[in-house]
Write a protein that binds this ligand. Sequence first.
Ligand code: 5GP
Ligand code: MG
Ligand code: MG
Length: 180
Amino acid sequence: MNEDIKEILYSKEQIEEISKKIGAQLTIDYAGKKPLVICVLKGAILFMADIIRKMDTYTEIDFMDVSSYGDSTVSSGEVKIIKDLDVPVEGRNVLIIEDIIDTGKTLQCIVSLLKHRKAQSVKICTLLDKPERRVEGVVPNYVGFQVPNEFVVGYGLDYQGMYRNLPYVGILKEEIYENN
Ligand code: 5GP
Ligand code: MG
Ligand code: MG
């Protein structure tokens, strides 16, 4: 699996350090607010698991699966809800945890849905941000790292369902997806 990676962008240690930092900030920002932390499946599961353990405040978690990509490495522009939340969001302080913001279409869709359902506040925490490709006006409140316009995998991010279990974030070799 490691041999399919062209370059490691962020190591396990760097990710650990940034989650600690963001978790500490969230502990301050959400003190007394009992946030509902939403993990956008499946890519955000590792980041969510790390972040919530660093939030020293009462939190509830829920999961949502919204797909815009299929198996391709380029956004299809289509967003559909595969799994909705179990918990009502009305009046809640919602924190969305994402793996990466690319065009912003996925988050644009989730944020407007949560606002429509009358969440009290909606904030976004993303491990990675690819600002070059943004087409929607989505601005994350907490960002781990910015990444160049390359297709990255690892630490939750996949290519055709694989590579999520790599402990780091790296650029996938082009030949892996060019051959498909
Ligand atoms: P957006 O709607 O912002 O264009 O796309 C967001 C979703 O596309 C992410 O949650 C992620 O699942 C997928 N995505 C975007 N860029 C990448 C990338 O470089 N690598 C991987 N593995 N997924 C990506
Ligand atoms: Mg995602
Ligand atoms: Mg994916």
